[in-house]
Ligand binder design. Structure first.
Ligand SMILES: NC(=O)c1ccc[n+]([C@@H]2O[C@H](COP(=O)([O-])OP(=O)(O)OC[C@H]3O[C@@H](n4cnc5c(N)ncnc54)[C@H](O)[C@@H]3O)[C@@H](O)[C@H]2O)c1
Length: 423
């Protein structure tokens, strides 16, 4: 193997598992982060993020002696950039972290090195932004060093499995760079490795998440339409999906996270004149928290001073990631309605910063409330048996905005039950 020394920039949900996986496969890895707290924490064995299996993977990587953590890049044969690419308030791609990570590599870049950008990026970022920065080293991309884009497509909650098993796309700025990328990732990737050019690889990632976003938007819009026509959206979707060429997703409280709610904007920003569908889907999904709160008001009347316990804050089930979470947006909207809100997020009990009571357990969350509002289908909530719940709570109203509960079970024990998309 040509690449024995690797430097991974960004020790987050993507960079940390990547660095550890290379280390446990025998490579010498430096994991870099500019956040001193994260660096200190990792150096002392403390994890700042939750992902199933990550704690023991980090321990194995550390114990192997192959992983060291630093606040600045070290000389290496391959550099991987896995830093955040959020959007600004104006819905534009914020590439500052990518640019600063690329700049920090310059002093260490040597002839024959490989640089891979993994961060989700707008089309042409690798060619138009990263290559010119790295070339400030005096070395030429494609001639002196190799440069590729390889999007990460893992599912939070299954990152460790998918990082190894998923098909990986590697887009080189030329064929030699793509081949070099394949050689690097072949160390641990068991899925197929597909080679293409850098801009195609960037588009692949954006297309995947945009496709998901649009499909969720249509499911959410079907829920709105079902509401208007007093139809059970869940039943209608289930029946429609019996058609051999139809596969409608479920409606929900909105779209969150670092990827699906962000990435389509990269396309809208890059080509606003030819992406109206992408833009509209984003607006439909971004507006879904309003629909949720308006639906609650319609069914339950004024929410002022109502004691509401919101179950779940993360952007999807069984993870701790609160970024861009629609559940948080809903809690904020409930506060604007002057509801008395208690939140309970088992994966991050202190995750909400605002005027709410944050409970530390389900029992504490339920004990004194009028309305139980399910926002995230965490297993702890979907396995809650209404017969048990009724003993824990003063509430007699249950509202399910993510499809985690069955109406009959709650009504059977005496709850008034409301579900998104059901009349
Ligand atoms: N989290 C996911 O599930 C997921 C999935 C697919 C793709 N992605 C993409 O991967 C990229 C990384 O996402 P993430 O979830 O790991 O982000 P993250 O916020 O969890 O971690 C990124 C880390 O990079 C660090 N950082 C910022 N600038 C840096 C620099 N110049 N040098 C070194 N470190 C720096 C930050 O301090 C942070 O700890 C993003 O582009 C994201 O869209 C994420």
């Amino acid at each position: 193997m040509k690449y024995q020394k690797i430097c991974v920039l960004g020790m987050g949900y993507i960079g940390l598992p990547t660095a550890c996986t290379f280390a446990t496969h025998g490579m010498q890895v430096t994991g870099v982060d500019i956040n001193q707290e994260i660096v200190h924490g990792l150096q002392n064995g403390h994890l700042h993020i939750y992902e199933p299996g990550l704690r023991s993977l980090v321990k194995s990587a550390m114990d192997s002696g192959n992983l060291s953590i630093s606040n600045s890049p070290q000389p290496a044969e391959a550099f991987i950039i896995a830093v955040p690419t959020p959007i600004t308030d104006e819905k534009n791609a914020d590439l500052e972290a990518v640019k600063s990570a690329a700049h920090s590599i310059i002093p260490h870049l040597r002839t024959g090195n490989l640089v891979v950008l993994e961060s989700t990026s707008p089309p042409r970022t690798t060619v138009d932004i990263v290559a010119p920065i790295l070339e400030k080293s005096g070395l030429k991309a494609g001639t002196d060093f190799m440069l590729a884009y390889s999007p990460e497509r893992v599912l939070p909650g299954k990152i460790l499995e998918e990082i190894v098993q998923n098909t990986r796309v590697i887009g080189g700025i030329d064929e030699r760079s793509a081949a070099a990328g394949k050689e690097l990732y072949s160390v641990f990737v068991k899925g197929d490795i597909l080679l293409t050019n850098a801009t195609t690889a960037e588009m692949v990632k954006l297309m995947e998440n945009t496709y998901r976003d649009i499909n969720i938007a249509i499911a959410n819009e079907f829920a709105h339409l079902a509401d208007r026509f007093e139809v059970d959206a869940w039943e209608a979707i289930q029946i429609a999906n019996r058609h051999p060429r139809v596969n409608i997703l479920n409606p929900g409280p909105g779209v969150g996270g670092h990827c699906i709610s962000v990435d389509p904007w990269f396309l809208v920003e890059a080509a606003p004149d030819i992406s109206p569908l992408v833009h509209t889907a984003r607006e439909v999904n971004d507006d879904q928290p309003h629909f949720v709160v308006e639906t609650m008001k319609k069914k339950l009347g004024s929410l002022e001073n109502r004691k509401i316990t919101a179950l779940g804050l993360s952007y999807k089930a069984n993870i701790d990631d609160l970024r861009e979470s629609p559940a948080i947006e809903i809690v904020k909207l409930l506060l604007e309605e002057h509801a008395a809100v208690t939140v309970y997020e088992p994966y991050k009990p202190d995750g909400f910063h605002g005027h709410v009571k944050a409970a530390n357990s389900l029992k504490e969350a339920l004990q004194d409330c009028e309305i139980i509002l399910l926002l995230v289908a965490h297993q702890e909530f979907t396995t809650l048996i209404p017969q048990d719940a009724i003993k824990l709570t003063t509430a007699r109203i249950a509202v399910d905005m993510c499809g985690g509960w069955q109406r009959k079970n709650w009504e059977d024990v005496g709850f008034d039950f409301y579900k998104l998309g059901q009349p």
